[in-house]
Design a protein around this ligand. Structure first.
Ligand code: NDP
Length: 303
């Protein structure tokens, strides 16, 4: 039996692994993709204290290496469910059944889809949810970014540095993004804003993405916008389907925790973007991970 299983290897999970293994616990991190989570999809990190600017994937790798240096182990698989057996927990993966005294859920969030016809079919063929991964394919081309939150505005600024032109499509004329980013985007001559417009349909010809049909939020009038790439950044949903039977999620699917990051089930913790909170950032994910990792290691040692 493991002391602690951490599900998810983003900044929250890796920080929990660092703190718990440094405190002497036997820790396994389960991750189904590349360690680092959303850091791997982020071009520049400039608001993590002490690091003035770094590429997201580099910070991800440094966090991963640091956690491993203190003895944490990584297992690449997908978790299907968690079973609460009281003083221990079963973690059912696609390959095997594992047991641990404490489980820390750090599965984060996944990108919301626009819900348009052919969206799945055109993903990877013009539609991308990762500017840093796919932006370079659109060098010299025009792209549309959907949304007015921090992700949309930040990634638009990044894409403006690579592409010919970025069209930002917002269904309202109110930003959710921080003022600092909004000002930067408004001052970027390669970015054009389309306020009060919603994606209505994809324009696809001969299996090639040609653009978007936009609907005016007020008048419902339709217009075509011809672009070669579409980057939807319209929000995130928590990855908690696999724990829905445990009764630890709220109406939106996020997990409620106490000040130790423990859910209402003793020995099951939740940290990072997957938990109910107001500020979802690398630094707050690391904060959660430190608190849960340290406390979980103490619980294991005492029992
Ligand atoms: P947000 O929820 O903050 O913003 C989503 C945007 O998409 C809003 O403009 C929203 O419009 C729009 N939207 C939602 N649904 C639709 C739809 N169906 N059609 C068209 N537009 C739609 O999501 P983000 O992914 O930007 O951010 C998630 C969290 O991560 C936030 O807490 C954010 O602050 C944080 N973050 C922080 C960063 C940083 O600080 N550097 C970087 C990236 C993310 P409306 O306003 O009308 O609802």
């Amino acid at each position: 039996m493991k002391d602690i299983i951490i599900i998810g290897g983003g900044p929250a999970g890796l920080t929990a692994a660092l703190y718990a293994s440094r405190a002497g616990a036997n820790v396994t991190v389960i991750e189904s993709g590349a360690p680092g989570g959303k850091l791997n999809l982020t071009a520049h990190i400039e608001n993590y204290p002490g690091i003035k600017e770094m590429m997201g994937p580099q910070l991800a790798y440094d966090m991963y290496e640091q956690a491993l240096n203190f003895g944490a182990q990584l297992k690449m698989t997908e978790v299907k469910s968690i079973v609460d057996e009281g003083d221990y927990k079963k973690v059912i993966t696609s390959k095997e059944e594992l047991e641990a005294r404490v489980v820390i859920i750090a599965t984060g969030t996944k990108e919301r889809k626009m819900g348009l016809h052919l969206e799945d079919e055109m993903t990877g063929k013009g539609i991308s949810y990762c500017a840093v991964c796919d932006g370079p394919f659109f060098r010299g081309k025009e792209v549309a970014v959907i949304g007015g939150g921090n992700s949309a505005i930040e990634e638009s600024i990044y894409l403006a540095g690579i592409t010919e032109k970025v069209h930002i499509i917002m269904r309202r004329d109110v930003f959710r993004a921080d003022d600092y980013l909004v000002k930067k985007a408004l001052n970027n001559e390669k970015i054009e804003f389309h306020f009060k417009k919603k994606p209505h349909a994809l324009i696809v010809e001969d299996d090639t993405l040609k653009g978007l049909e936009l609907e005016d939020s007020d008048t419902k009038e339709l217009e075509n916008l011809y672009v070669q790439g579409i980057f939807p950044f319209i929000g995130l949903d928590p990855v908690t389907d696999f724990v829905k039977d445990l009764g630890i999620t709220n109406e939106q699917g996020y997990i409620d925790v106490d000040e130790h990051m423990e859910t209402k089930i003793p020995g099951i913790f939740a940290i990072g973007d997957v938990r109910t909170k107001t500020l979802r950032q690398v630094v707050t994910a690391a904060n959660d991970g430190a608190i849960a990792g340290q406390y979980a290691a103490k619980l294991v040692e005492e029992n």
